[in-house]
Design a protein around this ligand. Structure first.
Ligand SMILES: [Fe+2]
Length: 304
């Protein structure tokens, strides 16, 4: 068992404390996460990649700024795929909103199949990890969010490292961690998806450990969700309370064109944007690609 996997064992207080201390000492504080330069979006150099991987290792996410990218929005999608391919990431979705290259454009949509879905609206989105409603076989372990055009007002992202969230909850209540690690903790009922398909019911844990890594499935939603029992619901409410009160390790940014967040599916939210747009329109457009595998600093040997 790796050191971090022992740290997630609720019986092993010594391993947890050692890991916790290291994590809190090395994770970037609020406002201190660097914006890492990438000269050519589709061709990150070895040193640019190394800087991004080192940042992901410490924070579960890295913010980058591409200096050169295509003026053509469609071409940016292909360039973004080339960028993530350089990290050995495997595409996780092929739904109707995704182009052939797995790139989903997040923008205000009046298209019938996307209307009414918050990602395609100007509304705020509460804390979540991506794909929290997916079954185990479709676990989302990483994603990239890349800005093509920003809103005139708002559309700010907030990020909290999942491991920081785990630390906050375990320090407050190891019992709550245990409840949220139960395989029956959270159930999301069947629901129509933005791509027109019907997503089946999904039941699973909020936190689980896989190959020594902490994976998280979380949503702050309170409707169309059921918790295993009242104690589990309270544990989830405690977690939400801790997220809302996090300051030291809360990261806030409004992505600018060419900027993005490459991350191991860490907790994020967004504020509403362009509230005064009379037509309901907004130019804001972000590209998102989700992945099955994590961004790892250590080569797997078969990362392509
Ligand atoms: Fe998201």
């Amino acid at each position: 068992m790796s050191q971090s996997s022992q740290a997630f064992d609720l019986q092993n207080q010594a391993a947890y404390q050692a890991w916790r201390q290291h994590r809190l000492a090395h994770a970037p504080r609020a406002g201190m996460a660097p914006v890492l330069a990438v000269a050519e979006l589709p061709r990150p150099t070895e040193s640019e990649k190394a800087a991004i991987l080192a940042q992901v290792a410490q924070a579960s996410f890295a913010i980058y700024q591409a200096q050169n990218f295509s003026p053509d929005t469609a071409a940016i999608g292909a360039e973004l795929r080339a960028f993530t391919d350089a990290f050995g990431l495997h595409i996780a979705e092929a739904h109707r909103s995704a182009g052939d290259n797995g790139v989903v454009a997040l923008r205000v949509s009046m298209a019938e199949h996307q209307r009414g879905f918050i990602p395609y609206s100007r509304q705020a989105m509460n804390w979540h990890t991506d794909g929290y409603y997916n079954g185990k076989a479709d676990t989302i372990r990483a994603f990239v969010l890349h800005c093509v055009r920003q809103a005139n007002i708002g559309g700010q992202s907030q990020i909290i490292d999942n491991e920081i969230a785990y630390i906050r909850l375990r320090d407050e209540s190891p019992e709550a961690v245990a409840l949220l690690m139960d395989r029956g903790a959270m159930t999301i009922p069947e629901s129509p998806e933005a791509d027109g398909s019907v997503r089946p019911t999904s039941t699973g844990p909020v936190f689980f450990v896989e190959a020594g890594r902490l994976i998280m499935r979380y949503t702050a939603r309170t409707r169309s969700i059921s918790w295993k029992n009242e104690a589990t619901r309270k544990a989830a409410a405690l977690l939400q309370h801790l997220l809302e009160n996090e300051r030291d390790y809360l990261h806030t940014l409004t992505l600018r064109p060419g900027q993005g967040i490459l991350n191991n599916n860490t907790l994020h939210n967004r504020t509403a944007f362009d509230p005064d747009a009379k037509t309901g329109a907004s130019q804001r457009m972000l590209y998102r690609i989700r992945f099955h595998n994590r961004i790892e600093g250590v080569p797997h040997g078969k990362t392509q």
